[in-house]
Each structure stands twice: as C-alpha cells, then as structure tokens.
Design a protein around this ligand. Structure first.
Ligand code: ZN
Length: 138
C-alpha cells in the first residue's frame, strides 16, 4: 500500500494491510471478480473519518462497499459518475438509528444519499454533491 495524492492505493492481489487502527485494505477492495480489476484506491481522509466515527461509537462499523472499478460499478447499477469509482465514497451500515445524521454529517464534513432510499446501508462521500446538500437525492 502506498499513499498517492491523498489516496491509499494498493493492488487487489496484495495481502491485506491495516490503514488505521480498525480498518484495512480488505474492507475497501472492490467486490468484483473481474481480472482487469487491479489497482484499488480509497481516500485517506475518508478512512480517517470512518476511524473517528468508529472511535466515537466504540463499536465495529460494517463496510459494505468501498472502492469500485468502473466495470463493477456498472454491473451493480451504480451511478454513472459514482464517487465509489474515485475512491471517495463508502457504503456502511445504516446510521439513522444510532446517531443524529444531520449533526454527524456537518461535524464530519460528509455527504449522504437520502437514507429513505438506502434503508439497509448508508452512503457516505467526501465530495460535495451538485445540490450542495448534506443529504442529497442520488
Ligand atoms: Zn472491480
């Protein structure tokens, strides 16, 4: 794993490596089986925010999806300009019932898709959406 321009980067076949106390490359590696899916990346500050949240909650945080290669993103019906492909978004367990979502987004400087559209997960991204709203419609 190396850090390039604010992103952790690694190869899909590399052994797992810790990024922070509780998060490793394995949790952010693309879930596809495409042989062409090699280089992986996830934003350093995004992982730092997840670690901060993990410390705040004092409970494991389940990561459903981190980096996605373009082919995998398309295959699962992801948005065309998905921030997962840029390594700037993660889907984790839903946070709605465990914290004050608007307050959390403001404090952590993060943006999420309308949680009524994503009941079983929480999309979090560092990128400001077009609407500039903390909770936006995908
Ligand atoms: Zn992939």
């Amino acid at each position: 794993m190396t850090i390039v321009d604010g992103f952790y980067t690694w190869n899909k076949t590399d052994p797992r490596e810790n990024l922070t106390t509780h998060f490793s490359t394995a949790e952010f590696t693309c879930n596809c089986k495409n042989l062409s899916c090699k280089e992986q990346k996830i934003e350093v500050k995004l992982v730092a925010k997840l670690q901060k949240l993990r410390d705040q909650l004092k409970k494991p945080l389940q990561v459903h999806s981190g980096y996605r290669c373009a082919a995998h993103n398309k295959a699962i019906g992801g948005a065309k300009n998905s921030n997962h492909v840029k390594g700037q978004a993660v889907d984790i367990q839903s946070l709605v019932k465990i914290l004050d979502l608007p307050k959390f987004l403001e404090e952590y400087d993060l943006y999420t898709e309308d949680p009524t559209q994503t009941l079983t997960w929480q999309h979090l991204q560092t990128v400001v959406p077009k609407s500039k709203k903390r909770i936006f419609s995908p």
